[in-house]
Design a protein around this ligand. Structure first.
Ligand code: CP3
Length: 345
């Protein structure tokens, strides 16, 4: 292992728009419930507790790297972990998602949320350092939730389809909204800084639910805060990836938030995604349900994604959203091998 192996890895080269020997591949949610070895080590440990145990985080993060030989590891954690770390009363309920005990609705609620400092998350620093040592030439992607997506959990109090309370706050209480979005932007930026300072080679900002707002509202009430997070981490020099679901109508704006790489949702044909983000690298975007199709169908569709990716300055192969828990890991193994083989140059 040497630093130059890492810097020259296919993942980091593609993220910088440099030529690669094969198209790099990793999968959002590659660690987790689709893996029997994950279910085994998580037995009797709650999700949030597992995120605070560096040995467990290291093991879980490494599992998909060992199994698939993917080109990057993603740090095992959750977008709400930093909130938990600063004292927000929340839990991740199995099969449900993050649940917040006292939803945030007023300026006083926002002001009661502390800023995040590295002292809040010593176990994150330790886990990242440990992982980077074990990963050698394989890059580690750190991540955080973008302000809109994290705000949704804080305001709704849990997962939501319509994000109605969140958007009502955005529409009706712009000052509270601004304070909340600034607060989260600061927390997410600080959380990413901790991961990069400890050795993460790249970061991904997840704005999973940004597709829930119109283009005009995105531009006015969401984009400035995501731009602030990405800008804050820009000074570290690590490649930044920005991803959201159902974001076809705002993909160009998401690119303008400042990331080097834009994650394209599975709904947008990748050739069109490449066009929309004009000049930036792309990540994606095989429909995650294709793993349930016959292998040859899945691989044929993967070929189409690879072909479309050639039009971008850099392409990181991924699914167009996270691995579905009932996914057969053998399909992801075949997919990884196939992407490596057919893209080898
Ligand atoms: O990709 C990886 O392997 C890294 C791990 C990771 C988790 N959460 C672990 C997790 C990542 C990158 C996340 C990010 C995250 N968390 C996002 C953005 C990514 C996306 O999918 O859009 C969001 C929206 C969350 C919030 C959240 N946390 C949800 C929606 C859920 C799933 C609820 C459920 O149980 O179906 C969680 C819980 C969670 N986070 C699990 C895992 C492995 C499942 C809990 C468990 O295994 O007990």
């Amino acid at each position: 292992m040497s630093h130059s192996d890492l810097a020259d890895s296919a993942f980091l080269r593609a993220a910088r728009g440099e030529p690669v020997q094969h198209t790099p591949v990793w999968f959002m949610r590659q660690a987790g419930r689709s893996l029997p070895e994950y279910l085994k080590v998580r037995e009797g440990v709650t999700m949030l507790d597992s995120c605070m145990q560096p040995d467990l985080v290291t093991e879980i993060t490494l599992q998909p790297v060992r199994r698939y030989g993917v080109d990057a590891a993603i740090f095992f954690s959750d977008i709400v972990l930093p909130l938990k770390a600063i004292g927000v009363d929340l839990d991740i309920v199995a099969g449900v998602g993050p649940v917040v005990a006292n939803p945030v609705r007023t300026l006083a609620d926002v002001e009661a949320i502390p800023d995040l400092t590295p002292e809040h998350v010593p176990y994150i620093t330790q886990a990242v350092q440990q992982l980077v040592g074990e990963l050698g030439g394989t890059p580690l992607i750190g991540f955080a939730g973008a302000p809109f997506t994290v705000a949704s959990y804080l305001v709704e109090g849990g997962p939501s389809k319509e994000h109605a309370k969140t958007k009502a706050l955005m529409f009706g209480a712009p000052e509270v909204w601004d304070a909340l979005m600034r607060k989260i932007a600061g927390i997410s930026a600080a959380y990413l800084h901790v991961q990069v300072a400890a050795g993460a080679s790249a970061v991904q900002l997840f704005d999973s639910w940004a597709g829930a707002v119109t283009r005009a509202d995105y531009e006015r009430s969401v984009l400035p805060y995501s731009t602030s997070v990405l800008g804050a981490i820009g000074e570290t020099g690590v490649p930044r990836i920005h991803f959201g679901v159902g974001t076809g109508e705002i993909l160009d704006l998401m690119g303008q938030a400042g990331a080097e790489v834009v994650g394209v949702d599975w709904r947008v044909p990748l050739a069109e995604g490449v066009r929309r983000v004009g000049g930036r690298c792309v990540q994606g975007n095989l429909d995650p349900t294709l793993v349930f199709a016959p292998t040859e169908v899945m691989l044929e569709r993967a070929d189409q994604v690879l072909e479309a990716g050639k039009a971008a300055p850099g392409h990181i192969f991924n699914l167009g959203h996270g691995v579905i828990p009932s996914t057969d890991p053998d399909q992801l193994a075949r997919l990884t091998d196939h992407v490596h083989q057919v893209s080898a140059r």
